[in-house]
Design a protein around this ligand. Structure first.
Ligand SMILES: [Zn+2]
Length: 349
């Protein structure tokens, strides 16, 4: 089969012909139809230790058709269209059993990092990781639902606890995940302030329903938020950038009892700058602020996200599609921060 492989750490992806993966008794084999391309893949392939062996096929935001099932698999069959959970987990630890599987201490890593992923014509994956795609949801939309849309679902609902009347700051609102967070926060009833740093990304956020725009190039984030909220601040700030500057600005932007949700990840190895930030405990105590780390989703939340897409209550924003061979070009655009919304690889069926 054709695949885009990462031959060694730090090398560009290259097209290769490799064997179709073999499956175990608890796995399924997918014919890949579409794969999302986002910053997560670009960052993780650049952080030493995340890819566990080379050559590796990256890609985890997948929509595919089941073409083979292992002997023990009963809940999914050949011909089913499915998408996948991004974490390889044990399924039996206290976190896996309490709906917090992204904290599984026995996890060997992620799909596309610790196992071969979806930048390929076929992908093998544990059957436990897949969930069916409802009719009426396209392959591309379903692929990016698995991360770029589901991640904001968890962040808005469980971490930021956005409800009607809440004001919500989305930092990095024009990016692949942020653009869906704008819509998700609106769907939860929030009044959304969208922050970003290019005209194109701010315009995209506005098109997706943002109530106010914060152009971070124009100076202090918190000061702009204060102005837009009559000095009150926001009930929740969800930071998809998570640099020192945005985190300190987001924290400063919170109203009393506000929630800061950290989703972005900027490893020093990739970005060259330390993103550690300063927290004044008296501020956190006095205003009873909450700081949350929001790490991906559960498989149930992916299923719920697919249902929201089926109901057409969120628009999947995929601004560019590429053939499989275009994966490196897509990565390059992401490195340059030149993509609005998500990119996807579309494979011929
Ligand atoms: Zn576990």
């Amino acid at each position: 089969m054709k695949a885009m492989i990462l031959p060694e750490f730090g090398a560009p992806l290259r097209l290769a012909t490799v064997p179709v993966p073999k499956i175990g008794p608890n796995d399924v084999l997918l014919r890949v139809r579409a794969t999302g391309v986002g910053l997560t893949v670009v960052i993780m392939t650049a952080v030493p230790g995340r890819v566990t062996s080379f050559p590796r096929i990256p890609g985890h935001e997948v929509a595919g058709v089941v073409v083979e099932v292992g002997s023990e698999v009963t809940h999914v069959g050949v011909g089913d269209r499915v998408t996948c959970h991004f974490y390889l987990t044990c399924g039996v630890c206290r976190f896996c059993r309490s709906g917090r599987e992204t904290l599984c201490p026995a996890s060997p890593g992620n799909v596309g990092m610790a196992s071969d992923g979806a930048y390929a014509e076929y992908m093998a994956i544990p059957a436990r990781n897949v969930t069916p795609i409802p009719q009426g949801v396209s392959d591309i939309d379903a692929a990016i639902a698995a991360d770029a849309i589901a991640t904001p679902y968890h962040a808005c609902r469980e971490e930021a606890r956005v409800g009607p009347g809440d004001s919500v700051l989305i930092v990095g609102a024009g990016g692949g995940v942020g653009i869906h967070a704008v819509q998700m926060a609106k769907l939860c009833g929030g009044w959304v302030l969208a922050a970003d740093i290019t005209d194109e990304k701010l315009a995209a956020a506005r098109d997706c329903g943002a109530d106010a725009l914060v152009d971070v190039r124009r100076g202090d984030l918190a000061a702009q938020v204060a102005k837009l909220t009559d000095g009150r601040g926001v009930d929740a700030a969800i930071d998809f950038v998570a640099s020192r500057e945005t985190l300190e600005g987001s924290l400063k932007s919170l109203a009393r009892a506000g929630r800061l949700v950290i989703i972005g990840s900027r490893p020093t190895a990739v970005f060259g700058a330390d993103s550690s930030f300063t927290v004044d405990p008296r501020h956190v105590l006095g205003s009873m602020l909450e700081i949350h780390g929001s790490r991906y989703v559960t498989l149930t939340e992916i299923a719920q996200t697919l249902e929201i897409l089926r109901q057409q209550r969120i628009r999947a924003i995929v601004s560019r599609t590429f053939p499989l061979e275009g994966a490196e070009e897509a990565h390059e655009l992401i490195r340059k921060n030149a993509l609005v919304g998500r990119a996807a690889l579309v494979l011929e069926s």
